[in-house]
Design a protein around this ligand. Structure first.
Ligand code: FE2
Length: 316
């Protein structure tokens, strides 16, 4: 499926080493942020950190109850989902074309995506469905009342305002499972490669619904990497999806730092920030909910992969 475009097989034994002093500096910034978030407003210092690093960690943003509500709702959706509905998509000889279509038309739907190699040749799942689903996307925030309420909570709106997204439109949402033992990696990328706007200005909100650690596949990011411009765009062309590359330099992955956070934390990501996550080889899942915002006045091109017939909505 499409997710494989930015997934490949590596083991956690090749986790990059960051210069220890730099990692320490970043982590002490994160601890400093924790003290301020109890005020529930974003300080100038935090905004400066966001501008500087390209990300911001806000601990205790969502409370236990809110996190559990999303987790329970996702579990319910998976329970109600019958994988036989999509067997033909994932297990026929036309698999590549069908999985691409299934992904490319999911911008205004709630669809279930599986971990790589989740199916046997006969279309049956190798493991129970609850342990096979990679993510649900991409319009949970519009189509499901529980996710709608969480995504449009006044606290999220207030944060968006503080980040300069007063006229935000909620573009995309995903529930990511990062399953125990088999959770796939996501290679280093910028979200603006996939969700491009003119001017380039999107923000990603990454809510940890469980503790995210190095062991279970937390996010890693290159602090300040958002300043080196957009590296590529993934766009629709008459011949199919293509990457347009602006800079073919490899990512300086030795500069990645792990963003280990507790359940309830929110990581705010600049759309140009290079980030990734490694495979989850641990016995614990790493559930997260992500939401991407664009500005109403920005141009959203019709050759972006995500197109909708449902109009985009703000926080109202
Ligand atoms: Fe991303």
């Amino acid at each position: 499926m499409i997710g494989a475009y930015f997934r490949r097989n590596v083991t956690t034994s090749i986790l990059p080493e960051s210069p220890p002093f730099f990692r320490l500096e970043i982590l002490s910034d994160i601890r400093a942020i924790k003290l301020h978030t109890s005020l529930m407003s974003i300080s100038k210092e935090q905004l400066a950190q966001y501008d500087d690093h390209g990300f911001l960690v806000l601990e205790h943003f969502a409370d236990e109850r809110a996190c559990n509500e999303l987790r329970e709702r996702a579990a319910e959706m998976v329970h109600q989902f019958d994988p036989r509905e999509v067997v033909s998509v994932f297990s026929t000889h036309e698999q590549n074309r069908l999985t691409d279509d299934y992904f490319l038309s999911s911008g205004d739907k709630i669809r279930f995506f599986f971990e790589e190699n989740a199916f046997n040749d006969d279309g049956t799942l190798k493991f129970e469905k609850e342990k096979s689903i990679n993510k649900i996307g991409h319009a949970l925030h519009d189509l499901d009342p529980v996710f709608d309420r969480f995504s449009r909570d006044p606290k999220v709106k207030k944060l968006a305002d503080a980040m300069g997204f007063e006229d935000a439109l909620l573009l995309q949402s995903m529930y990511i499972f990062k399953q125990p033992n088999i959770g796939g990696e996501v290679t280093c990328h910028q979200d603006s490669t996939f969700l491009y706007t003119e001017p380039l200005d999107i923000v990603g909100l990454w809510f940890a619904l469980e503790d995210a650690t190095i062991e279970n596949g937390c996010l890693w990011a290159i602090p300040g990497g958002h300043r080196s411009g957009l590296k590529s765009r993934w766009l629709r062309t008459p011949e199919g999806m293509k990457f347009e590359t602006f800079n073919s330099e490899p990512w300086p992955e030795d500069k990645l730092v792990p963003l280990e956070v507790e359940k309830g934390s929110l990581i705010v990501l600049n759309g140009l920030l290079p980030h990734r996550s490694f495979e989850n080889r641990s016995a614990r899942s790493r559930h997260a909910y992500t939401l991407h915002l664009i500005k109403a006045e920005a141009k959203y091109p019709d050759d972006n992969w995500l197109q909708r017939s449902l109009p985009l909505r703000s926080f109202e």
